[in-house]
Design a protein. Structure first.
Length: 128
């Protein structure tokens, strides 16, 4: 366990050392618990999908923090909260947000357009 100094005080605050992807496993249980709590109102299939997206987003954020040398700020609560907000906003790990894709969740949250599958719709017919 490493020790860092508080920015406000001169007393040391113990901080767990995170140095690689294997250390993420220590954070996994609290992150999953918060995700289950956040998405408890969804149907079982959607809830499982949302929980997995939260874990993936939290891991991506964890890796970015390690790469930036900010392992001292890693904690399960903030990682879970950020990942839950990202998931609720439709931001997926490895995906892109495209408002012109009428089938995407992101597009439907930004526009009042319904996609009817099986019909060909020209781009100029899509309401903006």
């Amino acid at each position: 366990m490493s020790v860092r100094l508080s920015p406000d005080r001169d007393c040391p605050i113990p901080s767990p050392a995170f140095s690689g992807p294997d250390d993420f496993l220590r954070l996994l249980a609290p992150i999953r618990r918060r995700a289950r709590q956040a998405f408890r109102g969804l149907d079982p299939e959607s809830r499982e999908e949302a929980e997995q997206e939260v874990v993936a987003n939290a891991f991506a954020t964890y890796r970015r923090l390690l790469e930036r040398g900010k392992s001292h700020v890693i904690a399960p609560g903030p990682l879970a909260r950020f990942a839950i907000v990202q998931t609720r906003a439709g931001r997926q790990v490895g995906g892109q947000l495209n408002v012109d894709d009428v089938t995407s969740h992101y597009s439907s949250s930004k526009r009042t357009c319904l996609a009817e599958f099986g019909k060909n719709v020209k781009k100029d017919e899509i309401p903006r």
